[in-house]
Design a protein around this ligand. Sequence first.
Ligand code: NAD
Length: 502
Amino acid sequence: MATQRITHWIDGAPWNGVSARAGDVFDPATGQVSGRVDLAATADVDEAVAAAVAALSQWRRSSLTARTQVLFAFRELLNARKEELAAIITAEHGKVLSDALGEVTRGLEVVEFACGIPHLLKGGFSENVSTKVDVYSIRQPLGVVGIISPFNFPAMVPMWFFPVAIACGNAVVLKPSEKDPSAAVWVAALWKEAGLPDGVFNVVHGDKEAVDRLLEHPDVRSVSFVGSTPIARYVYETGTRAGKRVQALGGAKNHMVVLPDADLDLAADAAVNAGFGSAGERCMAISALVAVGPVADELVAKIRQRMDGLTVGDGTRGCDMGPLVTAAHRDKVASYLDAGVGAGAELVVDGREQKIDGADEGFWLGPTLFDRVEPGMTLYTDEIFGPVLSVLRVGTYDEALELVNSNPYGNGTAIFTNDGGAARRYQNEVEVGMVGINVAIPVPMAYYSFGGWKHSLFGDSHAHGMEGVQFFTRGKVVTSRWADPSQRGTGGAVNLGFPTHD
Ligand code: NAD
């Protein structure tokens, strides 16, 4: 297969850059190299930031009407051509086409939210707070903002941030994952088609070198990061030390608690969908199923029965689940199967035995189910980020809550029950940022904010919703005095005391 070169996108056009470094991009379903992506040197990042700085002065002054027209045009183009983007995602990430289309649709919702920016940016106004004095608040863009995204949602995760950032009047430098970089460049070309001025949206590909330059560049005002916890912590600490506003979303270990009174068919369907969708490579995937009281045997049987019907293969062939993103990641995930067996967990379904509808060289591992997992096992302590679902058995609701709240991560969780009071208690007591009640993947709509607690998010701001608008703007409060025309020339009074109101 011919390999394509994937270049940066700077100032409204593809840009080759000065770095001689490049990385392989794979089609995970065939195991073949499909492209070579440029890996930016510091000078390449500087070029992108300079283009963003140059574009900023005009973009931040453009009217809300002008900005909204571009956003609506982008929304229409993306909606009309979302299948194209989904195909690019499947080709480099491996997730099945329907799932890739779902990711684009969820990103599109943030674009639609950002189309309402004139309303979202409205400030407050208080008339006559003191005689002839009014006070009002406005929100202004930060400037050049950096976005650094992970491999698992090459379109949706960048879209959590850039529609809002651009709508607020900022210029963007996006550093997508080097594992599936093509979606970002496709989106950049779409912005141009939508009428966004050159330089407002730039893409630099790369690794640590590009990230480090974004974190230290004096013209980059904020960094929005999504990825694993160790890198999220590093980005937060380094970026804030350099004086930037940083939101850094990290890894996850999401629990689904099933109470004895739950609808077990609903719970089993949800566990399979949330455990194995996108091969478990979702930050909101369920990886720990907490069976409370006597439900475990029946629940495990129902899950196993559903897993028998799952098909795994090339994402373009209508299968339920695709490959993992790289051979190295597949091998790492598979190593947890041996570790789990060695530690004494019960391997109920072994994903290595799954029949595959795809090339032998693809990065395959089928859905895997473990029962009787204990909290000390690596199956539970580590974020595996693959199609491995662990069942933990506990006796009571309190034990389940204690387990979830003791976990260092706090991204998402779900409770399955028919007892509204128990659900209400869980939503109040659980130390997790996003909670589902009989909903296994509680990803908030774009007009709410997405983000976890504890080691799943460093910083104070979650993504999109009003927190996104606040993250990408600075507040300013204006106090103004205008005399009535009939009183002009009468002056004020000299008074060196601290201003008070009359
Ligand atoms: P990753 O941390 O390896 O990479 C994320 C980004 O950081 C990439 O752009 C990568 O190029 C860059 N990077 C990698 N190593 C770096 C280093 N040493 N220094 C500086 N930058 C570096 O994550 P990934 O494997 O691409 O994505 C999977 C992870 O992302 C999982 O842990 C998952 O839970 C997490 N994730 C979290 C959320 C959330 O909302 N909390 C959403 C999606 C993914």
